[in-house]
Design a protein around this ligand. Structure first.
Ligand code: NAD
Ligand code: DAU
Length: 337
């Protein structure tokens, strides 16, 4: 299979490309990536001699049309992906997540190429603490500019499938963790803070719940859907990994042999979603997918090791990221707040 992987220099895309090249010798991979602040070509170093890398924008209609004409399938990971950035400056999210997806859909439509769209559970908004988990039938209710643009892109995919017969599938996954994740995100930010001797930074009280899944489990599900998923179907991907943020910070502190209260509460995210949770019954029953990383503590320990061993991968981005958080007004809360 000849694959075009968009966003292959980002966190999930790079893990997908590395696994694909090593585990699927029948696949050839072309990566299209704009190398924004979130893209890092070094994430593809282990397989760089076995892929084609194209530095370009998914919203470039001519470039995308040419690349799509030469492949059997597109797996679309590229996005502006960080909620905090979307609150500071929403425009790149509209341009990449909506216009970029439009550009890919027009090309796969024209060349009748199979398309898999990688999306997020955030399109469903947030859940009350005791509400049932999201299913494929949950109505869309996005909260942030990021999730609203991902929801918009999902709706474009549905329309292109129904109106133009595009052979598309979609997946909406919960929070990923693992190697090569940008240090702006929650888990790598706290791990690299601790490596630097800085206390972890918890937004607000830290009661928000996320449903954690290892990036390799996500990517195995993407392959299952690409090969055996029903055209037009959405599959939710999740591994029953619900944890509140304070618990995650304490597990990271434990991995560093630090006191469980050795963290700071900082200003909360505006509009912060309280809880995400995935019901992946359809994926499990129809495609037989099961997660391999059942033990979050063990997956976290492996992730901590990766950041310890690969400081040169994240060091430059760390300073820039922490400067941006400070500029955005993040501050430590008083105990009374
Ligand atoms: P990321 O921010 O780490 O990587 C995004 C990649 O896309 C980067 O390499 C960047 O350079 C590239 N990119 C951005 N704009 C581009 C453009 N206009 N043209 C070409 N390339 C561009 O993101 P991620 O965390 O790897 O997420 C990948 C996908 O998975 C996204 O669609 C995201 O919405 C979705 N997703 C992420 C998670 C998660 O927990 N990280 C969970 C569910 C779904
Ligand atoms: O649910 C899937 C989504 O997960 C993906 O679509 C997004 O691309 C991905 O970024 C992630 O979104 P979140 O906003 O949930 O992830 P983030 O890592 O930014 O934050 C996770 C939780 O941790 C969230 O409740 C905010 C909190 N947080 C985050 C940071 C960066 C902190 O408490 N402290 C922090 O320093």
């Amino acid at each position: 299979m000849r694959l075009l992987v968009t966003g292959g220099a980002g966190f999930i895309g790079a893990n997908f490309v590395q696994r694909t090249v090593t585990e699927r010798p029948d696949a050839t991979v072309t990566v299209l990536d704009a190398l924004t602040y979130a893209g890092n070509k070094r994430s593809l170093d282990p397989v760089s001699d076995r892929i084609d890398f194209v530095h370009g924008d998914i919203a470039d209609l001519d470039l995308v049309d040419e690349l799509v004409s030469g492949v059997d399938a597109v797996v679309h990971f590229a996005a502006e992906s960080h909620n905090d950035n979307s609150l500071a400056e929403p425009w790149p999210f509209v341009q990449t997540n909506i216009v970029g997806t439009y550009s890919l859909l027009q090309a796969v439509r024209r060349h009748e190429v199979r398309y898999h769209h990688v999306s997020t559970d955030e399109v469903y908004g947030d859940l009350a603490p005791d509400a049932p988990a999201f299913t494929e039938a949950t109505p869309y209710n996005p909260s942030s500019p990021y999730s609203a643009t991902k929801a918009s892109s999902d709706l474009l995919v549905r329309a292109w499938t129904r109106s133009f017969g595009v052979r598309a599938t979609m997946s909406n996954c919960s929070n990923n963790y693992g190697p090569y994740q940008h240090v702006e995100k929650f888990i790598p930010r706290q791990i690299t803070n601790l490596i630097d001797g800085v206390r972890p930074r918890l937004y607000g009280a830290g009661h928000q719940v996320r449903d954690w899944i290892h990036v390799d489990d996500h990517n195995r599900a993407v392959w299952d859907i690409l090969e055996r998923g029903r055209i037009g179907q959405t599959y939710l991907i999740g591994a029953n990994g619900e944890l509140d943020n304070k618990t995650v910070v304490r597990l990271i502190l434990e991995a560093f042999d630090r006191d469980p209260d050795d963290f700071d509460h900082v200003t909360d995210r505006p509009g912060h979603d309280q809880r995400y949770a995935i019901d992946a019954t359809l994926l499990r029953d129809e495609l037989g997918w099961i997660p391999r990383f059942g033990d979050f503590r063990a997956g976290l320990a492996e992730t901590v090791r990766w950041y310890r061993d690969n400081e040169s991968w994240w060091r430059d981005a760390k300073a820039v990221t922490e400067h941006a958080y400070a500029q955005a007004g993040e501050r430590t809360l008083d105990p009374a707040e």
